[in-house]
Design a protein. Structure first.
Length: 319
């Protein structure tokens, strides 16, 4: 539940405010003030993640997160050791198209079965391989076998925005009704759903027919006014930034002066946040952050815009 504080020509530190009785200002729960969020994650770096999953996501304007094991990735199309696995050039292309390529362990080491030193090397080796071949250092991690225990958990969380601590299988065991109910529940509860699968037409948890997943994505697309489909990194970053941010706000006449203050590491946390201004009297609103004019979307009773949580003062002019 949002908490609003009344301010009368004074400055306060908080993430949500009420200005008199006219309007409220706060950071939206999700990007673009969506009701809920979904991240689709794919494990193990299968070839059809490149040939099927990524193109199907892109057709709908979505992007996914692909957790890979570097030891299984083929060097390139001319040196394919395993035709069921993706290649490094394909992963780089997926990155350039907006998908997240991240760490699932170099050799898929189970955290419950290997000592810390072995797991540490496995984690770091995969980070290095992804950075060398894709060009972006992984900022998230998915535990092999979903085993979340041992000393390596603390190590793997360092210098990352988050690790995959929850997930829901969207693979072979799901029916169309299961996926529909999941979507409906997320919209009703406002939760963040993390979908996880491996195979699409082959391999572990493969679908009998992946058309089931495409049709589910069509349903999500039809509800895109309510659902933010973001990569795992995008959503976990947004949620942690929202939790940590403070807004220093001053009201003068028809202007709001807002200074965002965020103590997180800005080299890791790079996700823009969405600010919402609610009020019955908003007819026109313009926003600048520093020297940059921000794009504003207006609804009947609110306006919202994306801003840099590490950026300069925001000046909102309301008419």
């Amino acid at each position: 539940m949002r908490t609003f504080l009344t301010i009368l020509l004074c400055t306060l530190f908080y993430s949500g405010f009420s200005f008199g009785t006219d309007w409220n200002v706060y950071v939206a729960k999700y990007r673009h003030d969506k009701v809920c969020a979904i991240s689709y994650t794919f494990d193990d770096g299968l070839a059809e993640h490149y040939t099927l999953a990524a193109p199907q996501l892109e057709q709908r304007g979505f992007r996914g997160t692909f957790f890979v094991n570097g030891s299984k990735v083929n060097k390139d199309e001319r040196r394919v050791r395993d035709t069921t696995r993706v290649t490094w050039p394909q992963l780089k292309e997926m990155t350039e198209n907006g998908h997240e390529i991240s760490n699932h362990g170099w050799a898929h080491r189970n955290f419950a079965k290997f000592p810390f030193d072995v797991l540490k090397e496995d984690i770091m080796k995969n980070d290095s391989a992804i950075y060398a071949n894709v060009g972006i250092m992984p900022r998230t991690y998915a535990y092999p076998n979903n085993t979340k225990q041992g000393d390596a958990m603390e190590f793997v969380a360092r210098n990352r925005v988050g690790t995959r601590l929850k997930q829901r299988s969207v693979g072979s065991k799901r029916t169309a009704r299961d996926l529909q109910k999941w979507l409906e529940t997320l919209i009703r509860t406002g939760d963040w759903g993390v979908g996880m699968t491996h195979g699409l037409t082959y391999g572990y948890d493969a679908f009998r027919n992946p058309q089931l997943l495409w049709e589910h994505w069509d349903q999500v697309k039809a509800n895109e006014d309510k659902v933010w489909v973001g990569t795992f990194c995008e959503v976990v970053s947004y949620l942690k930034e929202k939790e940590a941010i403070h807004l220093r706000v001053t009201e003068k006449k028809n202007k709001l002066y807002i200074v965002p203050e965020l103590s997180l590491d800005k080299k890791l946390f790079t996700e823009p946040l969405t600010m919402v201004i609610e009020g019955k009297t908003i007819k026109k609103l313009s926003v600048r952050q520093g020297k940059k004019k921000l794009s504003v979307q207006l609804r009947s009773d609110k306006a919202f815009f994306d801003f840099d949580p590490f950026g300069d003062e925001i000046i909102v002019t309301i008419r």
